[in-house]
Design a protein around this ligand. Structure first.
Ligand SMILES: *[C@@H]1O[C@H](CO)[C@@H](O)[C@H](O)[C@H]1NC(C)=O
Length: 385
């Protein structure tokens, strides 16, 4: 279902998380996209560049609610009136962009648009890039402005202003733009990342951010992003730490995958897992899809991998060996996808080192509070509260 990306030397595909965003009609964006047949995947470029060392200081800890509108970032305009945007905080990409008043695409008509002339702090940078996603490219022109997220202020933050956006899926998205939180090396055009700006300008109390996704999201509350810290109220038990294996994505080694009591052996030569808040499902390497369907008793259908709804409680759980711990995904998380389908899909790309690549999307992140440690390049997992 993915478009070929063979024109890119390195390309990666992910699905945007549209799961928690509800529209007033009561249908989630994801449902609407599914209904419209446009539940598409995305892809993006890769570039490598190491992350800078952080000097801790008296920065902020900011809690951003993840609700029907995900999160808000405000780019301050000259008059003191902020231009506000809802952005997807995406650990699977690194570019920051918002729609601009130059954009004439349908997707820009129903979203907030940045007006450069209304901001005295805006500077054009001139360069243009295509930030590619599976369903098409967002054409951006680079500029810079003050970025604000509550008490976090980053001056002269580079940001992309969209000139053109594909209708699918951006027209359907409840967010206006995307704030990428992966490593700077992944940023198309080598542009400065928002997190890089926060670190350089000492805006975070600690060089850490963490995500909590509620298992039962409501219209008003889907979870929280904590920028600059963690909240022990939102998890229980010990934190399992896993080092980042490749500083592009928040990617860690996956030591084993078990189905029920059986270790599959799929990772006997090593596996990799990307922790991606911008992916909804759990994605499974293509070569393992058949086996996993068989083991879980699922059938491939036009609407996904169907399971017998009456059986879901007795189905085996999936367990992931990460950082020496065994992190289980209970049947309720792996199966109750709302349609009696498995909350999994095939991963469409090889990992850069040839090991099978999994993507731990929201389905997994609802079970595990996740800490992204930028000072030590490691990811922490703890059972969600
Ligand atoms: C972006 O893609 C479009 C369409 O393929 C192309 O015409 C344009 O030159 C590209 N822009 C850049 C900056 O690569």
């Amino acid at each position: 279902m993915l478009k070929s990306s063979s024109f890119l030397p390195f390309s990666v595909v992910f699905s945007l998380c549209l799961c928690r965003i509800s529209l007033k009609k009561g249908l989630s964006i994801r449902d609407q996209m599914r209904a419209a047949g446009v539940l598409d995947d995305f892809l993006k470029h890769i570039k490598y560049d190491p992350v800078k060392k952080y000097q801790p200081s008296q920065g902020s800890v900011v809690r951003e609610p993840i609700a029907n509108h995900l999160d808000v970032s405000a780019l301050r305009a000259s008059s003191g009136t902020p231009q506000k945007f809802l952005v997807l905080f995406d650990t699977g990409s690194s570019n920051l962009w918002v729609p601009s008043t130059d954009c004439k695409s349908p997707a820009c008509f129903n979203h907030a648009k940045f007006q450069p002339s209304a901001s005295a702090t805006f500077s054009p940078r001139g360069q243009s890039y295509n930030v590619s996603y599976g369903s098409g490219s967002v054409a951006i022109v680079l500029g810079s402005d003050t970025l604000r997220i509550q008490s976090i202020t980053v001056r002269e933050q580079e940001l992309g202003l969209s000139q053109e956006e594909p209708t699918q899926p951006f027209y359907f998205a409840a967010f206006d733009g995307i704030l990428g939180m992966a490593f700077p090396s992944l940023a198309v055009g080598g542009t400065a990342t928002a997190l890089g700006g926060m670190l350089e300008q000492n805006q975070l109390a600690e060089p850490v951010f963490s995500f909590y996704f509620s298992r039962q999201p409501t219209y008003d509350y889907g979870g929280e992003l904590i920028l600059g810290g963690t909240d022990s109220q939102l998890f229980q038990g010990d934190i399992t730490w896993a080092p980042v294996t490749q500083r592009l994505y928040w990617q860690v080694a996956l030591e084993e995958v078990a189905i029920g009591q059986s270790v599959t052996g799929w990772c006997s030569q090593g596996c990799q897992a990307i922790v991606d808040t911008g992916t909804f499902l759990l994605t499974v390497p293509q070569e393992d899809i058949e086996s996993i369907l068989e083991a879980l008793g699922a059938q491939e259908t036009s609407y996904g991998y169907a399971v017998d709804c009456s059986d879901t409680q007795s189905m085996p759980q999936l367990t992931f060996g990460i950082g020496g711990a065994r992190l289980a995904l209970p049947p309720a998380a792996a199966y109750s996808n709302g349609y009696c389908t498995l909350a999994i899909e095939a991963t469409y790309l090889p990992s850069q080192d040839g090991q099978p690549l999994w993507i731990l999307g929201n389905v997994f992140l609802k079970e595990y509070y996740t800490i992204f440690d930028m000072a030590n390049n490691r990811v922490g997992f703890a059972l969600s509260a």
